[in-house]
Design a protein around this ligand. Structure first.
Ligand code: FE2
Length: 207
C-alpha cells in the first residue's frame, strides 16, 4: 500500500515566502517517496538473497522517512485557513495555562526551545494520562518522539524550513512568522481529538 502525499490549502503567508513554501513542500514529497521506496524494497528483499543487515538498516531508516513525511503534514496543515490566535478561553487555552501559565507563556517557551542547536523539530504534545501539554525537541524527525503523546503543534527547525527567507542567525524571525501565520483553531481541533472531545459525527443510520 502506497503512502499518498497530501496537498495543502495554503494562503499567502506573512514572513514565509511562496518560494520557501514551494521548495519545502517538494522536500515533503521526497519523504513520502522514500517511505514508499523503503516499503517496496523491503518487500522485494523478502525473497532476495541479501544479508539481513540490509533489511535491518532499511527498517531503522523507515522511522526517519515516515516521521519526516508525517511531521511535515502537521506543519503545513496548521497554516490552512486564516491565521488565528489560540483562544485562551478554549479547552486547549486552559490546558496551556495549566501547563505553562498562559498561551503567551507557551509561545515564549517555544521560542526558548527554538534556540536549540541542531536540526529537528519542536513539538507540543498533549498527554491524556497526565493531562498536560509538553514542548519537546525532536532531533532529525524521529529521535526524541514521546510515545503515546498526541501532537498539537509541530515547528520545523531544519534550516531548509527557513533558509530561502532567513539566514540561520535570523531563525527567530522565522519562528515569529510561524506563530503569525498559525491557525490556532486547528491546534484546538487536534487537542480536542486527542482529549476525546472531538465533535461527534452523526451516526449513519442502519436500515
Ligand atoms: Fe521541513
Amino acid at each position: 500500500m502506497a503512502y499518498t502525499a497530501k496537498t495543502f490549502a495554503l494562503n499567502p503567508m506573512n514572513g514565509i515566502s511562496a518560494r520557501q513554501v514551494e521548495v519545502h513542500i517538494k522536500l515533503y514529497e521526497g519523504y513520502v517517496k522514500h517511505v514508499n521506496l523503503i516499503r517496496d524494497t523491503l518487500e522485494k528483499l523478502k525473497t532476495a538473497d541479501t544479508p539481513a543487515y540490509v533489511r535491518d538498516e532499511l527498517r531503522r531508516r523507515y522511522a526517519f522517512e515516515w516521521n519526516g513525511a508525517r511531521l511535515h503534514e502537521y506543519y503545513f496543515e496548521q497554516f490552512e485557513g486564516a491565521p488565528a490566535p489560540i483562544d485562551p478561553e478554549s479547552t486547549l487555552g486552559a490546558t496551556l495555562a495549566r501547563s505553562f501559565g498562559s498561551t503567551d507563556a507557551f509561545k515564549a517557551h517555544v521560542l526558548e526551545v527554538a534556540a536549540t542547536r541542531g536540526i529537528g523539530w519542536i513539538i507540543a504534545t498533549f498527554d491524556p494520562r497526565e493531562e498536560h501539554v509538553q514542548v519537546s525537541w525532536v532531533s532529525d524527525h524521529e529521535i526524541g518522539q514521546l510515545a503515546g503523546a498526541h501532537i498539537i503543534f509541530a515547528l520545523d527547525m531544519w534550516e531548509h524550513a527557513f533558509m530561502v527567507d532567513y539566514v540561520p542567525a535570523d531563525k527567530m524571525r522565522y519562528v515569529e512568522a510561524v506563530f503569525a501565520n498559525l491557525n490556532g483553531t486547528i491546534l484546538s481541533q487536534r487537542f480536542s481529538a486527542a482529549n476525546g472531545n472531538a465533535p461527534s459525527v452523526a451516526p449513519t443510520s442502519i436500515m
